[in-house]
Design a protein around this ligand. Structure first.
Ligand SMILES: Cc1cc2nc3c(=O)[nH]c(=O)nc-3n(C[C@H](O)[C@H](O)[C@H](O)COP(=O)(O)OP(=O)(O)OC[C@H]3O[C@@H](n4cnc5c(N)ncnc54)[C@H](O)[C@@H]3O)c2cc1C
Length: 294
C-alpha cells in the first residue's frame, strides 16, 4: 500500500503494538484513523512521516459502548457515520450527532473519526465545541500506560495537543444522559455546502421547569483552540430559560472569543457570529431538553 510519501504502513492489532511502533519511529510515526487529514498532510508535505500506524484494527478503538446509566464510550477510530445512524445516540446525545453528521460529506463521514478530528486539533474542528459542552474525557494510552484527561485540557494551540509522540487517543467518554437535558451544535459556513466552520457553538444544558439548572458552552474557530466558556455557562445556570438569559450567555461567548481574520471571515464578523450561533444553539438545546421532559 502506498500512502502519501510515508515509507511504511503498519496495522497493529493491539494498543501496545501501536504504541511500540510509534515509539520506535522516533517522532516520525503518526497514527492513521480515517486518513482524511493525515493523508492530505503527508501528500502536501505539511508533515514528514516515515511510518503510518493504522489504528482501525484495534478493537478498543473501534467500539461504541452506550449504557444509559454509565454513559457513552466512543472508540477513537469509529467513523462518524456509525454514530449518526444510531437512533439511540441521536436521542441521548443529539448535539454530538449534529456535529458527526456535518463533518465533510457522506464519503468523508464514512472514513473520518471523532478521534482524528480532535487529534488534528484544528481550532475549527466541528466535534470539539460539542464534545467540550458534553463534558468529554479523553482516554489516552502511551509508553507509561493509560491516563484520562478532560477534553478542556487536551488542546494547547492551533493544531497542537497534549499527546506525546508515542501516545494514542483510545476513546472518548461522555457522562450518561440526564432527564431534562438537551444539546445542540451549530456552525456557520460561508457556503451552503462542505466547508470549514467560520464559527461553531456547542451547548449542553439541563432544564427543570422554567429554569436552566446546569449548562456548558463550547465554541470553535474563534480562538487558537476550541474553548469551554465557563462565563457563558454561569450566565445560564440558575436563570430562567428566556431570550434575555440566552443573550447574556451569548455575550459571554463573544467576550471569550479572540478571532482572527482569514479568507473565510473577518475577526469582526466572527465575533458577531459566535454570539448569534451560541444563542441559537442554546435555543435548540432548550427545545430538545423540553422535548425530553414530555
Ligand atoms: C473534503 C473534506 C471535508 C472536510 N470537512 C470537515 C468538516 O466539515 N469539519 C471538520 O471538522 N473537519 C472536516 N474535514 C477534516 C477531517 O475530515 C476531520 O478532521 C476528520 O474528523 C479527521 O478524522 P480522520 O479519522 O480522517 O483522521 P486522520 O486523518 O486519520 O488523522 C488526523 C490526525 O489525528 C491523528 N490521529 C488519528 N487518530 C489518532 C489516535 N487515535 N490517536 C492519536 N492521534 C490520532 C493523525 O496522526 C493525524 O495527525 C474535512 C476533510 C476533507 C478532506
Amino acid at each position: 500500500m502506498i500512502v502519501g510519501q510515508a515509507k511504511r504502513y503498519l496495522r497493529p492489532a493491539t494498543i501496545a503494538e501501536a504504541v511500540q511502533a510509534l515509539k520506535e519511529a522516533n517522532g516520525l510515526g503518526r497514527p492513521l484513523a480515517g486518513g482524511t487529514d493525515i493523508i492530505v498532510d503527508v501528500r502536501e508535505g505539511r508533515r514528514v512521516v516515515d511510518v503510518l500506524v493504522d489504528v482501525k484494527a484495534i478493537p478498543e478503538l473501534t467500539m461504541v459502548d452506550f449504557d444509559p446509566a454509565r454513559g457513552l464510550r466512543i472508540g477513537a477510530a469509529v467513523p462518524c457515520f456509525r454514530l449518526s445512524e444510531d437512533a439511540m445516540l441521536r436521542r441521548a446525545y443529539p448535539g454530538l450527532i449534529d456535529a458527526a453528521s456535518l463533518i465533510g460529506g457522506i464519503q468523508i463521514q464514512n472514513r473520518a473519526t471523532l478521534g482524528g478530528n480532535l487529534c488534528t486539533s484544528s481550532p475549527a474542528a466541528d466535534s470539539a465545541p460539542i464534545l467540550l459542552a458534553l463534558g468529554a474525557t479523553c482516554v489516552i494510552a502511551g509508553p507509561d500506560g493509560e491516563r484520562r484527561v478532560p477534553l478542556d485540557r487536551f488542546f494547547v494551540g492551533p493544531r497542537r495537543n497534549i499527546l506525546g509522540e508515542s501516545d494514542l487517543l483510545i476513546a472518548l467518554e461522555l457522562p450518561p444522559p440526564l432527564p431534562g437535558a438537551g444539546s445542540a451544535y451549530l456552525r456557520f459556513i460561508p457556503r451552503n455546502e462542505m466547508d470549514i466552520a467560520v464559527v461553531g457553538a456547542g451547548v449542553w444544558l439541563r432544564v427543570e421547569g422554567e429554569t436552566i439548572v446546569d449548562a456548558r458552552v463550547g465554541i470553535g474557530a474563534v480562538a487558537p483552540t476550541p474553548l469551554l466558556v465557563d462565563a457563558a455557562s454561569r450566565a445560564l445556570i440558575g436563570r430562567p430559560a428566556t431570550r434575555e438569559t440566552f443573550e447574556a450567555a451569548a455575550a459571554e461567548a463573544r467576550a471569550a472569543a479572540s478571532p482572527i481574520t482569514d479568507m473565510r471571515g473577518s475577526a469582526h464578523q466572527r465575533r458577531h457570529l459566535i454570539g448569534v450561533m451560541t444563542r441559537r444553539a442554546i435555543e435548540r438545546a432548550v427545545e430538545r431538553a423540553r422535548e425530553d421532559q414530555r
